[in-house]
Design a protein around this ligand. Structure first.
Ligand SMILES: [Zn+2]
Length: 171
């Protein structure tokens, strides 16, 4: 993969070098995740995937020792497993969010329904209050009439008593 034969010894030692590739743009420093060079950093053109694209390539890190290679491979595998786990978590999370959203929507619908019922009940109660007020008014009039009737009956009763008693007084 290196672009020239001297690649094995042309790696850089500067911590943050600015390297220009064959296209004349800055080649970004990237990290290999391949089994052959796990974790080894390199400069590669961003256009390398394109047809007839730039083939610039240069290692940044020195070749890794056998122990480092083993460790790096393990790390790469671990990283891939973690990425898969994260993707799974994301999926589960999205499913939970969708479920919560749906639940929230149905709750909002239920609240709106209850608000409508409440409004209807308020109107109903208003109408019933009007009927009750009318009935109370009627009841008051009826009570007043009853009272008048009682007085009239009492007067009538007294008149009858007087008329019934008077003839004996004359005798
Ligand atoms: Zn390039």
């Amino acid at each position: 993969m290196p672009s020239n034969s001297s690649s094995s010894t042309s790696y850089h030692s500067s911590p943050n070098p600015s390297v220009m590739c064959l296209c004349g743009i800055r080649a970004p420093l990237r990290t290999s995740s391949s089994e052959d060079n796990p974790g080894r950093r390199f400069f590669g053109c961003i256009n390398y995937k394109e047809y007839n694209g730039c083939t610039y390539f240069d290692w940044f890190d020195a070749p890794t020792c056998a122990r480092g290679m083993d460790y790096g491979r393990k790390m790469v595998r671990k990283n891939l497993a973690l990425e898969a786990q994260i993707a799974e978590f994301k999926k589960t999370n999205e499913a939970h969010i969708a479920k919560l959203k749906k639940s929230n929507e149905s709750l909002i619908e239920r609240i709106e329904e209850l608000l409508m019922i409440n409004e209807e009940q308020k109107h109903k109660m208003g109408r019933q209050r009007v009927v009750l007020e009318a009935l109370t008014k009627k009841s008051t009039v009826y009570e007043a009439n009853c009272y008048k009737m009682k007085i009239a009956l009492l007067v009538l009763f007294l008149v009858v008593i007087c008329l019934w008693v008077k003839p004996y007084d004359v005798v």
